[in-house]
Design a protein around this ligand. Structure first.
Ligand SMILES: NC(=O)c1ccc[n+]([C@@H]2O[C@H](COP(=O)([O-])OP(=O)(O)OC[C@H]3O[C@@H](n4cnc5c(N)ncnc54)[C@H](OP(=O)(O)O)[C@@H]3O)[C@@H](O)[C@H]2O)c1
Length: 232
């Protein structure tokens, strides 16, 4: 998305929450950190005379997406979400779908101790403290000082990952259960394919609901949307 916008010579800023230590180099200027809710974002949009917002956040970043909807409505700014369709189970998948991260933790709470690959990022690990009996395998972007789970092994890597590597990883750690957010897209799908290959059940966390907004699935369509909704 950033490459297309830069090539089109559209003045733009990439907005990051600041969750990872280092961002990847990108061909656009960036700003890092929250705005102070929808009101703060609305003030920023006005101050910077922003005409278009492309919400390319992760499907589980629902607070930011709702803030963008409210701030754009208040300021009359055009808004479009660049999203990835959710994953659907296919033959060979053994999914137990849950509505929230908390519900996934509750599901694990009631289980006998086992080896779990917990692929949900860093932010919500503490919710699984209610199920301390399991041996957890975590995959995180940045090194963490302390982990809120008593029996956990953390690997540090940003991905994307290959199915072959994830099969080897799950074998090496004798993984018996995978917990995943339904992120959609290819970048993190390898673990789902690996679980299917190895016959490992998956606790699949459904996406949070986000109010309706204009939505596209490819960067090219998002760029076309910018052109179609621009007055000059
Ligand atoms: N949640 C995930 O599973 C996940 C996975 C991969 C990447 N990410 C990325 O990590 C970021 C944070 O995710 P989250 O789940 O913590 O978000 P969130 O719960 O929706 O947002 C919490 C707060 O973080 C700030 N924020 C979030 N995204 C921002 C952005 N792009 N630019 C500036 N401020 C932002 C906002 O603070 P203010 O209210 O102060 O503006 C927002 O209210 C998102 O941009 C998301 O795309 C999230």
């Amino acid at each position: 998305m950033a490459k297309l916008v830069a090539e089109a010579n559209i003045p733009a800023t990439l907005s990051y929450a600041g969750r990872v230590e280092r961002t990847k180099p990108q061909p656009l200027p960036k700003r890092i950190g929250g705005y102070g809710g929808a009101q703060g974002l609305a003030e920023y949009l006005c101050a910077e005379q922003v005409t278009h917002v492309i919400d390319a956040t992760h499907p589980f970043a629902s607070q930011m997406s709702v803030n963008a909807i409210n701030a754009c409505r208040e300021t009359g700014t055009q808004l479009c979400a660049l999203t990835r369709p959710a994953w659907d189970s296919v033959d060979g998948d053994q999914w137990h779908r849950v509505p929230t991260i908390g519900a996934a933790a509750e599901y694990l709470q009631g289980m006998e101790d086992t080896n779990v690959m917990l692929a949900i990022g860093r932010m919500h690990l503490a919710e699984f403290a209610c199920a301390p009996q399991h041996q957890y395998l975590l995959r995180l972007v940045d090194k963490a000082e302390t982990l809120p789970l008593p029996k956990a092994t953390a690997l540090f890597s940003r991905g994307p990952f290959s199915t072959e590597d994830d099969i080897a990883l799950m074998r090496d750690h004798n993984i018996k259960l995978l917990v995943s957010k339904n992120a959609g897209g290819r970048g993190t799908y390898s673990k789902i394919e690996a679980a299917r290959h190895l016959g490992i059940p998956v606790v699949m966390i459904d996406r949070p609901a986000i109010p309706e907004r204009a939505e596209v699935h490819t960067p090219k369509d998002a760029l076309d949307w910018v052109h179609h909704t621009s007055t000059s």
